[in-house]
Design a protein around this ligand. Structure first.
Ligand SMILES: Cc1cc2nc3c(=O)[nH]c(=O)nc-3n(C[C@H](O)[C@H](O)[C@H](O)COP(=O)(O)O)c2cc1C
Length: 380
């Protein structure tokens, strides 16, 4: 039998009913104090038929905030808010990991405690504009973290991971992609340090791996994933040799037996911005565990990449925004609702919880394995 998106899979500690994963999606709709609220509970609950939900990026500390109205996992109120989310997803038979986030230089003093300067590997400002409560403002030059401050950063991740456990998540994904703090350390376009955390790739990988190990101590490796974007130029990122550097890093990950490695494919925008594209297929032979791929996949492309063995799972972002029952739509070959980028970031229920599911698609995924029931569903 061919393996496809509907084939169950063992992902670390969990048995997933399908390989259609909800990608992490920042939606800027947290309540006051960056606390998840009832609207967010409904949004995640609606998407519980994903093989796994990966939450929107969630700051581990007030010092790691980079955008307005993004949720945190550092206060008692935030933990309580997330508990409502995890309970609702579990009640629908789903599973949800939290994406652990520190934005580093992709921030602004107005978003940080006491108007402090953002931190990074080196004092190099990102190009472009920060999103703030007062609108877009130019990125400021960050402050390079002192070597003596690194243990505090690792501790922030450990505490964020422990808080996610308390909030009832099923696991965590370390956000090491898209130009945020850990990526700022990993890639030599930003990391110009001369201490043990800069220079060689082994040194640049030191903080990301130390964070991963701290998080694993809390969760066990079989409930931890990591996300990487080797080719991405987003947030003015670059690397002199992503093939060699990320190749090294991915091989290091083999030591841990993680739940999964989540890789972003090169995008057209990366090519336009001078990125050096490395397809995820390059990393397939280097990594020995479950590989999740992402970027602009449609149903047919997702089916193909699983069937030909280039990946074990596919995560979908934008399609999950506008199709809360995406696995069922794929299964029925039903039309997909188009997404509206104007409502991606911020606002209320419009473009968030008002995208419809197909009639009857609240039926748990596993019961649809029975083909007679499936036919009944399709005809009703
Ligand atoms: C609205 C929006 C918010 C996003 N937020 C996050 C995020 O919080 N963390 C992250 O790692 N990637 C984030 N991404 C990237 C997506 O996870 C994904 O990589 C991207 O949308 C490409 O996949 P897709 O073509 O299936 O949408 C975001 C993308 C979009 C469109």
């Amino acid at each position: 039998m061919t393996t496809d998106l509907f084939s169950p899979i063992q992902l670390g500690r969990y048995h997933l009913p399908n390989r259609i994963i909800m990608a992490p999606l920042t939606r800027n709709r947290a309540g006051a104090g960056n606390v998840p609220q009832a609207l967010n509970v409904l949004y995640y609950e609606q998407r519980a038929s994903a093989g796994l939900i990966i939450s929107e990026a969630t700051q581990i500390s007030p010092h790691g905030v980079g955008y307005p109205a993004t949720p945190g996992i550092h206060s008692a109120e935030q933990i309580a808010g997330w508990k409502q989310v995890t309970q609702a997803v579990h009640a629908k038979g789903g599973r949800i990991f939290l994406q652990l986030w520190h934005t580093g230089r992709i921030s602004h003093p107005s978003l940080l405690p006491n108007g402090e300067q953002p931190v990074s590997a080196s004092a190099i400002a990102a190009e472009g504009m920060a999103s703030t409560y007062e609108g877009e403002q130019p990125f400021v030059a960050p402050r390079a973290l002192e070597t003596t401050e690194i243990p505090t950063i690792i501790e922030m991740y450990r505490q964020g991971a422990a808080n996610a456990l308390e909030a009832g998540f099923d696991g965590v994904e370390v956000h090491n992609a898209n130009g945020y703090l850990l990526d700022q350390f990993l890639r030599d376009g930003v990391n110009q340090r001369t201490d043990a955390y800069g220079g060689s790739i082994a040194n640049r990988a030191r903080l990301p791996l130390a964070v991963l190990e701290a998080v694993i101590e809390v969760w066990g490796a079989d409930r931890v994933g990591i996300r990487l974007s080797p080719s991405s130029t987003f947030n003015s990122m670059s690397d002199s040799d992503p093939e060699q550097h990320f190749g090294y890093f991915v091989e290091q990950l083999n030591r841990y037996n993680l739940a999964y490695l989540h890789l972003l494919e090169p995008s057209e925008s990366d090519l336009r911005h001078g990125g050096k594209p490395v397809p995820t297929s390059y990393f397939r032979p280097l990594y020995h565990g479950n590989l999740m791929v992402n970027w602009d996949y449609d149903f047919a492309q997702g089916q193909a990449v699983i069937a030909n063995g280039e990946a074990d799972l596919v995560s979908y972002g934008k399609l999950f925004i506008s199709n809360p029952d995406l696995p069922e739509r794929f299964r029925r070959n039903a039309p997909l609702t188009p997404f509206d980028p104007a409502t991606f970031y911020g606002g209320g229920a419009v473009g968030y919880t008002d995208y419809p599911s197909l009639p009857d698609s609240s039926v748990p995924d596993s019961s649809l394995q029975d083909s007679s029931l499936q036919e009944q569903q399709i005809s009703s």
